[in-house]
Design a protein around this ligand. Structure first.
Ligand code: URA
Length: 255
């Protein structure tokens, strides 16, 4: 066997790059390349041992356009009717909404949304990042749009801001922000006389069913829940329910 030459930093053999991206076992990846099914920056490359930068490399693999990410961080617009659990029970798992290479990489949801909650969900295979984003020491603000059963009063918002006691902990939990939201088109100044069922809640913690339990604690009830923002990342308006997208810079979701 010829002696193995050292690869330049951040470079890898094409077949190994495909393997690490989740395109299958090494021999499957070798096969994809040898069959001429892999384009790199627009050109077919049929040598599995060709060397390329491993991150942000533009590929087309068996017809699937793919930009390599050594560590994956993706956002998903979670529809209702999907579970975040890795071993889902009654409902399909959110992993079913990701393409096969990402499913193979075993991305973990960053915290969980309930089956009936919609909106912004992050998933990653970057262990240290997952730890940072889920650790109670790091306070990443999360914004929820809440539809309530009963009109939301200012007194209810004040209670949420002051802190409410949940059933599993004597220590009160407070919202970082809590505001009533009125329907668009309401004439300005009409808010004082109008009622609204819509609450925008920003939380720094991620306790089990936290929004639903906090809203119950102020004598109201959640009828619909949607997460619209994590850190400085807004759910993009053009990301339809069920669609995913890379998050290119994790700094937008770090505190
Ligand atoms: N709080 C809840 O009650 N449910 C969610 O899905 C997220 C936050």
């Amino acid at each position: 066997m010829p002696p193995r030459t050292r690869l330049p930093a951040g470079h890898q053999l094409l077949s190994q790059i495909l393997f690490a991206q989740g395109f299958g076992e090494r021999r499957v990846c070798d096969g994809l390349v040898l069959k001429g099914l892999v384009r790199v920056q627009g050109e077919v490359v049929d040598d599995p041992d060709a060397v390329f930068p491993e991150d942000r490399l533009e590929l087309v693999v068996d017809g699937l356009p793919w930009v390599t990410h050594v560590k994956a961080l993706v956002m998903l617009n979670k529809p209702a009717g999907y579970e975040c659990s890795l071993k889902p029970g009654a409902w399909p798992g959110v992993h079913n909404l990701l393409p096969v290479p990402l499913r193979r990489r075993g991305l973990q949801p960053v915290g969980r949304l309930d089956q009936d909650t919609t909106g912004l969900l992050l998933l990653t295979d970057d262990g240290p990042l997952l730890h940072k984003l889920t650790s109670p020491k790091h306070h990443v603000p999360k914004v929820y749009e809440v539809s309530c059963k009963h009109p939301v009063t200012q007194a209810m918002c004040d209670k949420l801001l002051k802190g409410v006691v949940l059933d599993d902990d004597p220590e009160p939990v407070a919202a970082h922000a809590a505001e009533r939201v009125w329907p668009e088109g309401l004439p300005s100044g009409a808010e004082a006389d109008a009622e609204t069922l819509h609450l925008r809640l920003t939380l720094l913690q991620g306790k089990y069913h936290q929004v639903k339990r906090m809203v119950a604690a102020i004598g109201n009830r959640v009828e619909g829940l949607h997460r619209s923002q994590i850190g400085r990342l807004d759910l993009p308006a053009d990301l339809a329910p069920g669609q995913w997208r890379w998050v290119e810079d994790a700094a937008v979701v770090l505190p």
